[in-house]
Design a protein around this ligand. Structure first.
Ligand code: NDP
Ligand code: A1CAB
Length: 273
């Protein structure tokens, strides 16, 4: 069985580790994790998931077949320079870094390595990630199958051209946060219209899950499903009118486009806006 080494032990690494371990395809013993300096974080991951943790990068990479890069884009250069002498022909490098191109990874590694650039999201921790991945010419069919299997363990995966990955990042990589933001607003609204917090949360979450299932199971367009809820002169119409007054659709389009642009900026190393 393949061994996986994580470079980076933050939110995205944990979401993937949690999905891998809970999904049962990988035993904790097959997963090794390192980070830059936060030993307490490594111990926490070891305690929670049983994975092995180390600050010894050479040992970690020597025992791994697949290396997952999961540090912030701004830390990629330092991280890649610190491992390049340990990269061997057999390694498959998988990057989940927003914005960072495959060619910049191979350039920093100074190796003609097999690299797969993927964009999952944090729903990986409940094995519901929407992941897109792009591959370089060194990646064999075997590598692609291995990466596909990894990402299928934590949700769905689709293969795309690398140039599409910034768009994917702005849409589904960041996407969970947009939905959480809407839930925050619905919770706030619930309080303001006099509903008790916990009951409101249950109603909101079931509404969200139900709407998602309706989209999946009925195959209907979202606009058609929306019309089915909207009685002429009724409550939904009044609510949607308020959303239109605040230009919610335009705001969401601007939100995704802004995230896509930021993904492009990240590879140029531009500081936060
Ligand atoms: N969060 C998300 O929803 C998603 C994130 N991503 C991508 O995943 C990557 C990680 O994001 P996220 O988990 O949120 O970030 P976090 O800030 O939570 O974690 C970053 C991790 O990288 C480690 N790190 C920093 N420098 C190095 C280094 N030189 N060598 C090894 N490890 C290093 C940090 O270690 P230490 O704490 O010791 O500094 C930390 O464990 C980003 O590139 C992001 O674009 C992709 C999809 C979704
Ligand atoms: O916010 C970010 O930059 C990362 C990439 C996608 C989701 N989180």
């Amino acid at each position: 069985m393949k061994k996986i080494a994580f470079l980076g032990a933050g939110s995205m690494a944990e979401a993937m580790i949690s999905g891998f371990v809970n999904g049962g395809l990988y035993q904790p013993a097959q997963i090794g994790v390192t980070n830059r300096s936060n030993t307490n974080r490594l111990l926490e991951l070891s305690k929670t998931y049983g994975v092995s943790v180390t600050d010894h990068k050479k040992a970690l990479l020597d025992s791994a077949d697949i290396i997952i890069l999961a540090m912030k884009p701004k830390d990629a250069q330092e991280a890649l320079l610190s491992i390049r002498e340990f990269i061997e022909e057999r390694h498959l490098v998988i990057s989940v870094l927003a914005g960072v191109t495959i060619s910049s990874i191979t350039t920093l590694l100074q190796k003609d390595a097999a690299v797969i650039r993927a964009m999952p999201n944090t729903s990986a921790s409940v094995r519901m990630s929407a992941t897109a991945m792009a591959v370089n010419s060194k990646a064999t069919l075997h590598h692609i199958q291995a990466a596909k299997q990894i990402f299928e363990t934590i949700g769905m995966v689709t293969l795309v051209e690398e140039e599409k990955l910034d768009a994917v990042t702005g849409l589904s990589g960041s996407g969970p946060a947009y939905i959480y933001y809407i839930v925050e607003a619905m919770e706030q609204a619930a309080l303001e219209v006099g509903l008790e917090k916990e009951m409101a949360r249950n109603l909101i979450l079931q509404t969200l899950a139900g709407a998602s299932e309706m989209l999946l199971q009925t195959n209907k367009q979202p606009s058609d499903l929306r019309r089915e809820v909207t009685s002429p002169g009724g409550t939904t119409e009044a609510g949607i009118q308020a959303l239109q007054n605040y230009q919610l659709q335009e705001a969401i389009v601007a939100c995704v486009k802004s995230a896509v642009e930021r993904s492009k900026e990240l590879r140029a190393g531009q500081p936060a806006r």
